[in-house]
Design a protein around this ligand. Structure first.
Ligand code: NAG
Ligand code: NAG
Ligand code: NAG
Length: 427
C-alpha cells in the first residue's frame, strides 16, 4: 500500500489532483482498516486452529538421556549421539566429571570444560548435564526421571559392566526405560590413543617415516598384522569403513539461502578438539553459512610430518560435519584458496585463526590466502583457545606409561568385543 501511494505524485500542483490524492488516501485507510479487521476476524474466528496448536505443543516431547566421558571426542561419539537423538525429540547428555573418570579409568586427556565444549557443539545435543556420575545410581536415575523429565536412558550395545560385575543399566532396564543403540564400528578413544602411541613408538624405533604403510594400516584395517606386532601395547587399528550413507546422515543437506554471506575456513581439523569448535563458532558468527575446507591426508602429512594426520580425511570430515556451527564441508580442499573456488562457492569472507600449527597465512611468498588477501576478503580471527592437535598429542605422550597401561586393559576387552561380535541391525 505504501509503495502504491508513494509512486503517485502528491506535488502535482492542480487542486483536482490534490483532491483525487486525498480521496485515494482515504480509500486506502478504510481499505486498510477493513483488511485489518478481517485479519483480526481470521485470528479470532476460527477457534479450532489455535487450540490445535496448543494441543500439539502440549504433547510432551520425548526426552532421552545418554551419558559418557566424551574424552577425546570423535565421530563415534557423535554418531552415538545422533542415534540417541533419533529415539526421541530432545537429547540430554550427561558428561562424567574429571574426578569420576580418574577414579574409574585413569586421568582423562581432556578436562571437563573442554569436554563440555565438545558435547555442546554436537548438533544433535539439546542439553548438557555436567558432572554426571560414571555409573547410573538409583538416586541419579530418579533425578533424571523426576527433575530432568527423561523418558528413556540410552546406551550402546556394548556391555557396560560395573567394577562389581553388575550391569550398569540394570536399573533403567528394570524400569522399562532403557533403549539401545548400535555401537559405531571402527573408532574408540582407546583406538585413537593407540594410533598416537604407535606413532610415537614407531618414530622412536626408527625414523624411516614410512607414512604410506602407516596410513594404509590405519585406513584399511589391516589389523591382524598390527595386532601381532603391536599386541604388547594393546594398540589396534581403525575398523572404520566410511559409507556414503554415514556422510549423508551427518550432513545438513541444505545449501546456503538466498543472499547468504558465505564464510570459508580451511585446515586439517585432526583430532577435532575444543580449539577447533571455538574458532568454527567464531567463524560462523561472521556470516550466514560456514563452509569448511578439510585438507587431504597427503597434504597434511606433507606439511605436518609423516605420522599425521592421526584421523584420516573421512574421519576428520565426519567430526567437522557433526559440529553445529558448520553448514558444509569440502572433503579434500585445495591448499590454495583460488579465485575459481571463491566464485564457485560465492565465498564472501575467508578466515583463519591465530592459533595454528602451520602459519602460512603470515607468509609473504606462497601464501595460500594470497587471492582472498588481494581481494580484501581475508580476516584473521583471534583463536579463543590455545589448543592445537599437537597439544592433544603431547598430553597423551607425556602420560605415555599411564595411558599404555589403561589402553592395554581396554584394548583387551575391545578385542574380545570384535572377536565375539555378531551382526546388529540399525544405523
Ligand atoms: C614403505 O612401506 C612399504 C610397505 O610396507 C614398502 O613397500 C616400501 O618400500 C616402504 N618405503 C620406504 C621408503 O621404506
Ligand atoms: C553471493 O553472496 C552475496 C553475499 O556476499 C549475496 O549478496 C549474493 O546474493 C550471493 N549470490 C548468489 C547468487 O546467491
Ligand atoms: C600441499 O601443501 C603444499 C604446501 O606445503 C602445497 O604447496 C601443495 O600445493 C599442496 N598440495 C595440494 C594438492 O593442495
Amino acid at each position: 500500500m505504501g509503495a502504491t501511494a508513494g509512486s503517485m505524485d502528491p506535488d502535482a500542483g492542480s487542486s483536482e489532483n490534490a483532491q483525487r490524492w486525498a480521496r485515494f488516501i482515504a480509500t486506502c485507510l478504510i481499505g486498510g482498516t477493513v483488511i485489518g479487521v478481517s485479519l483480526l476476524g481470521l485470528h479470532l474466528g476460527i477457534p479450532h486452529q489455535p487450540s490445535l496448536k496448543i494441543w500439539r505443543r502440549k504433547k510432551k516431547p520425548v526426552r532421552v538421556y545418554m551419558d559418557g566421558c566424551f574424552d577425546m571426542m570423535h565421530y563415534g561419539h557423535c554418531n552415538a549421539l545422533r542415534q540417541a537423538r533419533a529415539l526421541g525429540d530432545q537429547l540430554v547428555v550427561g558428561v562424567v566429571s574429571d574426578a569420576e573418570i580418574i577414579a574409574n579409568k585413569g586421568p582423562p586427556v581432556t578436562p571437563l570444560n573442554e569436554r563440555m565444549i565438545m558435547v555442546n557443539a554436537v548438533k544433535w545435543v539439546d542439553e548438557v548435564i555436567p558432572d554426571a556420575p560414571y555409573a547410573i545410581t538409583e538416586d541419579f536415575m530418579r533425578k533424571l526421571f523426576d527433575e530432568y523429565k527423561i523418558d528413556y536412558i540410552i546406551h550402546g550395545d556394548d556391555p557396560c559392566v560395573l567394577p562389581d560385575g553388575t550391569d550398569a543399566y540394570a536399573l533403567a532396564k528394570k524400569a522399562g526405560r532403557y533403549k539401545q543403540i548400535k555401537r559405531t564400528e571402527g573408532v574408540s578413544s582407546t583406538d585413537i590413543v593407540g594410533r598416537m602411541l604407535l606413532c610415537v613408538r614407531e618414530r622412536s624405533i626408527s625414523d624411516t617415516q614410512n607414512h604410506s604403510s602407516l596410513q594404509r594400516q590405519f585406513s584399511h584395517g589391516h589389523s591382524q598384522k598390527l595386532d601381532d606386532s603391536g599386541s604388547r601395547s594393546g594398540t589396534r587399528v581403525s575398523h572404520f569403513l566410511p559409507t556414503s550413507r554415514r556422510i549423508v546422515q551427518f550432513s545438513n543437506g541444505k545449501g546456503p539461502g538466498p543472499d547468504a554471506r558465505i564464510v570459508y575456513i580451511d585446515g586439517a581439523f585432526d583430532l577435532f578438539h575444543a580449539g577447533h569448535v571455538e574458532i568454527l563458532k567464531h567463524a560462523r558468527a561472521m556470516g550466514d553459512f560456514l563452509l569448511v575446507g578439510i585438507h587431504t591426508d597427503l597434504n597434511v602429512s606433507a606439511n605436518r610430518g609423516a605420522h599425521r594426520p592421526i584421523m584420516n580425511l573421512h574421519e576428520r570430515s565426519l567430526s567437522v560435519l557433526a559440529c553445529r556451527y558448520v553448514d558444509e564441508v569440502i572433503i579434500g580442499a585445495p591448499w590454495e584458496v583460488s579465485k575459481d573456488m571463491i566464485t564457485t562457492f560465492n565465498i564472501s569472507l575467508v578466515v583463519h585463526g591465530t592459533v595454528a600449527e602451520i602459519n602460512d597465512f603470515q607468509k609473504k611468498e606462497g601464501n595460500p590466502y594470497a587471492v582472498p588477501i588481494s581481494m580484501g576478503i581475508f580476516k584473521i580471527l583471534d583463536s579463543p583457545l590455545d589448543i592445537t592437535t599437537t597439544t592433544i598429542i603431547r598430553r597423551i605422550v607425556s602420560n605415555h606409561e599411564a595411558y599404555q597401561k589403561r589402553n592395554e586393559k581396554k584394548a583387551n576387552s575391545e578385542r574380545r568385543y570384535y572377536d565375539d561380535k555378531a551382526y546388529v541391525s540399525g544405523d
